[in-house]
Design a protein around this ligand. Structure first.
Ligand code: VGL
Ligand code: ZN
Length: 195
C-alpha cells in the first residue's frame, strides 16, 4: 500500500543508542545495527518534505531498577552521561529532530516513549495524526510506544524493515509484530512511502 506523506505525519525513531547496538552495546539487540541505514532513508524521505522527526532515548540513572545489580532483568545500559546513552553516530538525524527522553526515575521502568513524557502533547501541538515508528527494540520499546500511540488515537505505521527485537524467546519479535497489527498498526516498508 502507498502512503502519501504530509504535514500531519511524523517519523518516530526509537532508541538508536550505542548500548542497544552490536558489536559493543551493553544490551545489544541482535542485528540492531542493520536498521540504521534503513532509518536514514526514512529520515531523508521525511526531511525532504520538511516533516517532523522525533528520536526517543532510554535515559537511566546508574542504579535503575531494571538493571541486574538492582534485581532487574537487564544489564546496565543507557546510563545518563555515558557513551552508551548517546545516539549512534551513524544515525543521520536532522538538525531539527526532536529528542524525547524517557523518565529517569530509578524505580520506574517505562518502555513506551509516551509513558510519563510530554510526547503526546508535543504531537498534538504539532497537529500530528499519524506516526511512522521504527527502531529498537521490537518487543519492548517499539511495542509499547506503538501500543500507547494507538491508545491515544494516533494512526500508527510500523516500519517493518527498520525494527529488530531482543528475542528473549525466539518468536518474540514475530509475535509482537503480529500483536501490533491486531491492535491496529499498519505494516509499512520503505517502498510504501517513496514515490
Ligand atoms: C529497551 C530493554 C530495556 C528498549 C529499553 O529500548 O526496547 N529494552 N530498556
Ligand atoms: Zn532501558
Amino acid at each position: 500500500m502507498k502512503y502519501e506523506l504530509g504535514p500531519t505525519d511524523a517519523l518516530v525513531i526509537v532508541d538508536i543508542q550505542n548500548d542497544f547496538l552490536p558489536p559493543n552495546g551493553a544490551l545489544a539487540v541482535p542485528h540492531g545495527d542493520e536498521v540504521i541505514p534503513v532509518l536514514n532513508k526514512y529520515i531523508a524521505e521525511f526531511d525532504k518534505r520538511n516533516l517532523l522527526v522525533y528520536s526517543t532515548r532510554d535515559w537511566h540513572p546508574d542504579n535503575h531498577c531494571s538493571f541486574i545489580p538492582q534485581g532487574g532483568p537487564w544489564p546496565i545500559h543507557c546510563v545518563v552521561g555515558t557513551e552508551g546513552v548517546q545516539f549512534s553516530p551513524l544515525l543521520e538525524l536532522p538538525v531539527n529532530a526532536v529528542i524525547i527522553s524517557k523518565p529517569s526515575d530509578e524505580n520506574l521502568e517505562t518502555y513506551s516513549a509516551f509513558a510519563r513524557t510530554d510526547f503526546a502533547d508535543q504531537l498534538f501541538a504539532a497537529g500530528i495524526k499519524r506516526i511512522f515508528v521504527g527502531g529498537l527494540a521490537t518487543d519492548y520499546c517499539v511495542f509499547n510506544t506503538v501500543k500507547d500511540g494507538l491508545a491515544l488515537k494516533f494512526q500508527v505505521c510500523l516500519l517493518l524493515d527498520a525494527i529488530k527485537g531482543v528475542n528473549v524467546n525466539p518468536e518474540d519479535s514475530k509475535e509482537h509484530e503480529e500483536e501490533m497489527a491486531r491492535m491496529g498498526a499498519a505494516h509499512v516498508t520503505l517502498a510504501d512511502i517513496t514515490a
